[in-house]
Design a protein around this ligand. Structure first.
Ligand SMILES: NC(=O)c1ccc[n+]([C@@H]2O[C@H](COP(=O)([O-])OP(=O)(O)OC[C@H]3O[C@@H](n4cnc5c(N)ncnc54)[C@H](O)[C@@H]3O)[C@@H](O)[C@H]2O)c1
Length: 457
């Protein structure tokens, strides 16, 4: 068969791009211990630490952790190559993790985990040794940003810049004391009051001056992020606060060769939303309304009961649908959608949150239907494996020479960070493909497009 010049050019371009993507990057081996630092040692952080220890002791399985359990298909479907991700990429071993953190409350990780009551006593007693030894360092805390908390275990310094300097000293001390070769920091602290981007966030110089001037647009979480980045430590933000989602810290992250990601762990209701909404859209079913309500009774719920912290969380939860359903492209299907999110603090439920979703959809000829979702979930049980994966993937990213925003980790966030001229990707399945293709590309494997035409040629 004759091929035209155009055909040949067409085929050459994707081959070049594919070759580029297939060139493996140099990844430093995960030698020595990896220190995990969490500003905020509450329910999520201590459930994560306890879970890692239980898995290390062979008492439990790391359920919910993609880095530990998921496989990744390599090559063609007929090749039958599907190693686990942890066999495929050089991740740090769970045995090599050591833990530390900061909190505004002086309880050690065991006392906190006992009070949070996420884990049953038989699990907690098994890991009492490790958890009792993890004592929080004094927090850079300011009640103006978390109204419902009264921090007693806090640093005192003249300026925010001085506080950030003390966090840097803590990081170095922790590294020395534990002998950790590398570190990762994950913000597991309370949700801070709503902040909008300000000009002091525009560049590193303005940010530093603002820290020195105790500017109110510099929240405590930003001090930890600044200290981590300028110490060469990768940073993930598990809460919806702005934190690293500002140009100044993103520029610093690139300058210091530090990978960063955020915001707000995607765990319960939003996880399901980003599974269901792509399904409705894929089949061109319309959505008129989506009402989401939650009751939760843990300390996180108490903090969110304050309108300023609650607003930060509600806005984070509201974003996903708009981006997934793209009402500007499908005005007849999603142009009039009413989306409401409601979060209520209800102490009897503790960490066992309950979420209800009422979804008003419509189909062929506009006939209405309803979907009801009642998710009786466990907040910290869903969040702990997310923390583990972020720790291991951020450490991998740094050893692979990646820096700045790691969009391939959007999979784990309700409000994923991305480059300023992009819209964030919220669809869980696109996020999953992005994550796995990034790993394939790092290791020089062919990217998977799911085209599959070669099987029928
Ligand atoms: N569990 C989930 O499913 C989930 C999902 C998404 C996001 N999150 C977010 O993760 C974070 C942690 O959740 P949690 O359930 O562990 O909450 P938690 O209230 O149990 O723990 C947060 C801890 O942060 C501490 N803290 C607050 N400000 C601090 C500061 N400046 N420095 C150091 N410590 C500080 C508090 O004292 C508290 O102990 C919250 O922001 C929550 O919104 C949780």
């Amino acid at each position: 068969m004759r091929t035209t010049h155009d055909d040949a050019a067409h085929r050459a371009a994707p081959t070049k791009a594919a070759d580029r993507a297939r060139r493996p990057v140099k990844i430093a081996p995960p030698e020595g211990t990896l220190g995990v630092l969490t500003p905020g040692m509450g329910a999520v952080s201590t459930t994560f630490m306890a879970g890692v220890e239980l898995v290390r002791k062979g008492r439990a399985l790391p359920i919910g952790s993609v880095s530990q359990l998921a496989t990744i298909r390599l090559g063609k479907r007929t090749d039958r190559r599907s190693p686990t991700i942890r066999e495929f990429v050089p991740l740090a071993k769970l045995d090599d993790l050591v833990f530390g953190g900061w909190d505004a409350i002086p309880d050690n990780a065991y006392e906190t985990a006992r009070k949070a009551a996420v884990l049953e006593p038989h699990h907690l007693e098994d890991v009492k040794g490790l958890l009792s030894g993890v004592r929080p360092m004094k927090a850079a805390f300011d009640q103006a940003y978390v109204k419902r908390l009264d921090g007693t275990h806090v640093k005192n310094a003249r300026t925010k810049f001085d506080l950030a300097g003390e966090i840097k000293d803590d990081i170095q001390r922790f590294k020395k004391e534990t002998g950790a070769q590398r570190l990762v920091m994950v913000w597991c602290g309370s949700t801070e009051a709503f902040l909008t981007p300000h000009q002091v966030h525009d560049n590193p110089r303005a940010f530093e001056d603002a820290m020195k001037a105790n500017h109110p647009a510099i929240a405590p979480s930003m001090l930890y992020a600044w200290a981590a980045i300028t110490s060469g430590v990768p940073f993930a933000n598990g809460a919806p606060n702005l934190t690293v989602d500002i140009p100044a810290l993103q520029e610093l992250a690139r300058e210091h060769h530090v990978p960063i990601c955020g915001k707000d762990f995607k765990t319960g209701q939003t996880l399901l939303k980003t599974v269901l909404a792509p399904g409705f859209k894929a089949r061109m079913l319309g959505v008129n309304g989506w009402f989401s309500t939650n009751i939760l009774g843990n300390r996180d719920g108490e903090v969110l009961d304050d309108p300023e912290s609650g607003k930060t969380k509600e806005l984070s939860k509201l974003g996903a649908l708009e981006y997934i359903l793209q009402p500007h492209l499908y005005p007849q299907l999603y142009g009039k959608m009413c989306h409401k999110v409601d979060i209520r603090y209800y102490p009897p439920r503790g960490d066992n949150k309950e979420g209800w979703d009422n979804i008003d959809i419509f189909g062929w000829l506009g006939y209405p239907m309803q979907v009801k979702v009642n998710f009786l979930c466990r907040d910290s049980i869903l969040a702990a494996p997310v923390v583990l994966d972020l720790v291991l993937f951020l450490d991998l990213a740094q050893r692979a020479g990646r820096r700045g925003i790691q969009e391939w980790l959007s999979f784990y966030f309700k409000s994923p960070m991305c480059a300023p001229d992009l819209y964030p990707e919220h669809d869980l399945f696109i996020q999953m493909m992005k994550l796995k293709n990034t790993l394939r590309s790092m290791m020089g494997e062919e990217l998977i497009t799911h085209l599959g035409a070669e099987y029928y040629d």
